[in-house]
Write a protein that binds this ligand. Structure first.
Ligand code: DC
Length: 221
């Protein structure tokens, strides 16, 4: 069984997907974490300017990065290791937001991660969240959701994030980062963010986590 949950930045899809995985007992795949890990490795080697120009990508580099990476999900937590070290806590910083947003627009990176993401989906019953899970990764999934919220609500959710606050980002900078990530997600030629034709579209603007989870579950019964 495959349940796909796509949606824009700060739509709440990650928390909701994790709760649905806990409720169903399914394996949770956070595809954003994989792009974040690719961004993390790129950040160790390349400047923002180099990543912006995206000139250095080659199939061998993508394969090397993939070989350094492992994803696991246990006891309700998704964990990513790079070279055997748990880096999960380092992947949700504003710096990695930027790198992940950029590397996820590189076709070679997307194609490199695609087979791996599909393999996870074929090995387990999964709840998988991201941007292209229902459109590209699993177009035949029986349950597809597209979760969204108004721009104002998504910005408020991002501004409430403790990591961003701790890094001294102003509310304006956080709002600008959401706009930048939306633009990149929506405008990239490969796997742009959009709802699958057969996805159930849910707006969680007025809903808390519990109500959002209950709403998604109501479609699964
Ligand atoms: O969901 P997230 O914020 O953790 O995702 C991190 C970045 O990866 C974000 O900029 C969008 C990108 N992404 C993507 O392009 N495709 C996916 N399936 C998941 C994430």
């Amino acid at each position: 069984m495959i349940i796909t949950i796509d949606g824009p930045t700060a739509s709440g899809k990650g928390s909701i997907a994790k709760a649905i995985a806990a409720h169903t007992g399914y394996f949770y795949v956070d595809t954003g974490l994989l792009y974040r890990a690719m961004g993390y490795m790129a950040a160790q080697e390349y400047s923002r300017d180099e990543v912006d120009r995206a000139m250095f990508w080659a199939p061998e580099l993508v394969e090397t990065y993939k070989a350094r990476l492992a994803y696991s999900y246990a006891d309700g937590a998704a964990v990513v290791t790079v070279d055997g070290s748990d880096v999960t806590a380092q992947l949700r910083t504003p710096e990695i937001d930027w790198y992940a947003s950029h590397v996820s627009s590189v076709p070679m990176v997307r194609i490199g991660l695609r087979a791996w993401q599909r393999e996870l989906g074929s090995k387990y019953d999964v709840v998988i969240d991201g941007r292209d899970c229902g459109t590209v990764l699993f177009p035949h999934a029986p349950h597809k959701f597209y979760l969204t919220a108004s721009f104002e609500v998504r910005v408020k959710r991002a501004q409430a994030d403790k990591i961003r606050q701790a890094q001294g980002m102003t509310p304006e900078a956080i709002a600008a980062a959401v706009i930048m990530r939306d633009l990149r997600d929506l405008s990239r030629p490969i796997s742009p963010l959009k709802p699958a034709d057969d996805a159930i579209i849910l707006d969680t603007s007025g809903l808390g986590l519990e109500a959002s989870v209950a709403l998604v579950l109501s479609y699964l019964l």
